[in-house]
Design a protein. Sequence first.
Length: 246
Amino acid sequence: MGISVKLQVFEGPLDLLLHLIDKNKVNIQDIPVAEITNQYMEYVRQMQAEDLDVMSEFLVMAATLLDIKAKMLLPQKVTEEGEPEDPRAELVQRLLEYKMYKYMAQELREREEAAAFTVYRRPNVPKEVLAWQEPVDVDQVLEGVTLPRLLLLYQDILKRQEKRVDPIRSRFGRLKKEEIDLSETMQFVQEYIERIRKCTFRNVLTQRKGRPYAIAAFLTLLEMMKEGKAEVRQEGIFEEIYISAV
């Protein structure tokens, strides 16, 4: 059966397929491939397109339809889930996406056409009118306000402020940066041990204050032990550390 159509009506092979589906009033999810393919091929035979790119797109879709038609005649394959595989599924998905974008483009085109008839005028309200503010009636604002209500409101604000304070981190205080000259400190500790000859690590720590000094003193002691300049003896865990200069 021949059909009378023109190429200029359609924007591509998917547009033609949608036209044939609407014309035959069939469900896009259950396309009668044999009938639609015959009508599509009849249209392709009547085409006289000078643009080879346009013609090639319709021929590619014709080959796709013929391939689907051939697969429909063969025994259906079964998917991993055990359901029969539909050769039309991919084509249906492409048609649905094209139809959605086509409707969206039509909606945007109608909005653009409607906006073409809209004209906006710049505001010409005087500055005095824009700057005007309605006067505040103090009596109206304070109507119903009493001291007990103000007290309850103030207490509620204080409770909210207390909830925003972290009960743990708020007690940490501030961390102060303690700077120390590592080279000078290590030299001081080494000279002290070599001068005293025998002492405890507690004696070394009492020479200066601060945690950075304690760390530097411990590093100095390790360095002296490595170089063989000092010997360290400790009777047990957490016992006194005795230092002897070599």
